[in-house]
Structures are given as structure tokens and as C-alpha cells.
Design a protein around this ligand. Structure first.
Ligand code: FES
Length: 117
């Protein structure tokens, strides 16, 4: 097996971001009903424009339901295990600039710890 390409702390990605894009069609609420797909696209574009994407840096991925729907729309950043509830593109820009670029968690957008499905 080939050797893992290291970023910070030997992680392949310094920040691996997962956006819930679940789109329930049974009448129940889900992140896709709150603009998650558009903000996922915006986040990918911002990360790329900032030169942050790639091994050792940032990867932004689609995800299915992360089972914290009540706080949606939801995104999670690993390996830190930080969960965000965002509202609009300004929130995404702040997460990219503060957390993904400068390593500072955006406290005001944190999903409350007791929020589940
Ligand atoms: S629908 Fe997004 S976390 Fe469940």
C-alpha cells in the first residue's frame, strides 16, 4: 500500500467537510429544504477560489443525513468533529475564512450539542 500523503498531523486532509444534502420527499423536513445544495456549491467554490482545496488542505463532500436534522442545515468538519448550522452564504464565507483558512472555530454557528434528529 502506498504511503499516506501527509497534511497537518499526518492527516490526508487538514479539514474534511461534510454537507448533509438529504432531501426527504415524504413531507418530513430535511437539510435540502433549507438551501443545503446551493450552499454546498458555494462552499466548494469558495474553498477552490481561496486555493484551499486538495490533499493536506481542504475537501468538501456531499453527505446523506447526518442524523442531526433538527439543527439543519448541517455540516460537519473533521477531524475536529465540529458541527455547524448555517443559514446563508455569508455564514459559509465566515466558516471558510475563519475555520478552514485560519483554524478558528466560528462559535456563533455551532450546532448545540443536544441537537439530534
Ligand atoms: S436531514 Fe440533514 S442531518 Fe438529517
Amino acid at each position: 500500500m502506498s504511503e499516506q500523503k501527509p497534511g497537518n498531523d499526518g492527516q490526508y486532509y487538514q479539514h474534511h467537510v461534510f454537507f448533509c444534502l438529504n432531501d426527504r420527499v415524504n413531507g418530513e423536513d430535511s437539510c435540502a429544504h433549507h438551501g443545503a445544495k446551493d450552499m454546498f456549491d458555494h462552499c466548494k467554490a469558495r474553498v477552490k477560489a481561496e486555493g484551499l482545496s486538495g490533499p493536506g488542505k481542504v475537501r468538501v463532500n456531499k453527505a446523506g443525513c447526518l442524523d442531526r436534522c433538527a439543527g439543519g442545515p448541517i455540516m460537519a468538519v473533521y477531524p475536529e468533529g465540529v458541527w455547524y448550522t448555517y443559514i446563508d452564504n455569508d455564514d459559509i464565507d465566515e466558516i471558510v475564512e475563519s475555520h478552514l483558512k485560519n483554524g478558528k472555530v466560528v462559535e456563533r454557528l455551532l450546532t448545540p450539542p443536544d441537537v439530534g434528529r
